[in-house]
Design a protein around this ligand. Sequence first.
Ligand code: NAD
Length: 490
Amino acid sequence: MSTTAQTELLQVQNFVNGEWRTSHSGDVLEIYNPATAEPLAHVPLSGADEVNEAVRAAAAAWPAWRETPPGDRIQYIFKLKQLMEEHFEEIARTVTIENGKTLTEARGEVRRGIENVEVACGIPLMMQGYNLENISRGIDEIMYRHPIGVVAAITPFNFPAMIPFWYLPYAIATGNCFILKPSERVPFTMQKVFELIHQIGLPKGVINLLNGGKPAVDALLDHPEVRAISFVGSTPVARYIYERAAKNGKRVQCQGGAKNYAVILPDADMKVATNIVGESAFGCAGQRCLALSVGVTVGEAQKGFREAVSEFAAHLKTGNGLEAGTQMGPVITAQSKSRIEEVIDHAVKQGAKAVTDGRGYRVANHERGNFLAPTILDEVPADSDVPQTEIFGPVLSLVHADSLEHAIELLSKSAYGNAASLFTTNGAHARRFRHEAPAGNIGINIGVPAPVAYFPFSGWKESFFGDLHGQGRDAIEFYTDKKVVIERWS
Ligand code: NAD
């Protein structure tokens, strides 16, 4: 996968029990380069029997893997970190080719993926339990953490290199065996990463890769030997997976969709706010779960911000993410592009004004690519569908509030609670927003409040189903069972 001129379809395979296997399901999904529309692959959609093989391999590997000392387990992870650094550019380029985002954006997500690998190298410390002598005279109590068994993760298309790493390194470092089912729309990034995983010498079956769609997911959700499911994707699927996996007695964490608000106060540094909100709304073509897709201007901020952000949008260079100077790539599929254009049509019918209109945008020499230019919808009626709809495209909606209190009231009406940001130079306003905004990831003068790997990637309301999040200490809690021992030696 070295150029944009793809001439032959690339093979997508599963990695099960330490070897590459060609799926025999016969079902495939055709995928295309989002910038050029060139066919990339027929992605195999594995069936339940292939899921069973992967679970069998993982379950067979577990007894020896769980007994491998944590200090030995992390040696494999150190090797993975080293290989990912050596192949950093190749992985980033693969992300751009199959997802469409710019190379700079792709490098950013590979870096965050590696950061999770680095954090998991600290498992011998993070996995420690605790103890207390003399809970009664001569009696001591100790808490140990044990791995739970075979665990699986199901991930979305928008961060093919980063999101699998919210789970993979923590799962295996804590002594579990892991199955990844990446998005069928972006299979190549994990093919590349698993080529590296193949080289680190892990025992067979400890990490497995399965390509597929709903049938593969359902087989994982129903398999009695899969103990835990991690999911990231849209809210309807998150809810479905949470319910079905929980009904089957599994531990589940499901991150869902989002509609994130940026509140711009009149005391904000308008230049900083414009650049940061503009980058957040249109970066990755708006396909980030932390994209600030609604700008709430308060009081006098309205006019200045609207003009500045429209100017920002008008100058953003949209094109093939592999080309130098491109600031925004295409959306993932032609269907996504049509869907986003329809949402804009509908918003305009409901009274919004498209002050910057990206519908029907074409990039020279890439006429078949899935491009839209940045779109700004102003005067969006509060009771229209847009404030509640996750558009997942390069569309920023503007609404107005009379006060900070009013702005918090508006964003509180959202069914989602993934992120919210405030732009201000006033500490008291920042403190109030931080405390009152009902979202799991809060930014103060920050456009993409993505927690680093040693903090949980939070999310509230319809953006998250479960209790323990991905990354950091939550990951250790999720991937371990606590065993409490009470001892008396007379
Ligand atoms: P999606 O829900 O369509 O797919 C996600 C995964 O679920 C894929 O692996 C897919 O194969 C599988 N899947 C899809 N439909 C299924 C079904 N009916 N039954 C079982 N499995 C199914 O999501 P997407 O389009 O790949 O990703 C975009 C969505 O993900 C957006 O809503 C975005 O906000 C969300 N997202 C959330 C976060 C977060 O941290 N909250 C992070 C990234 C993306």
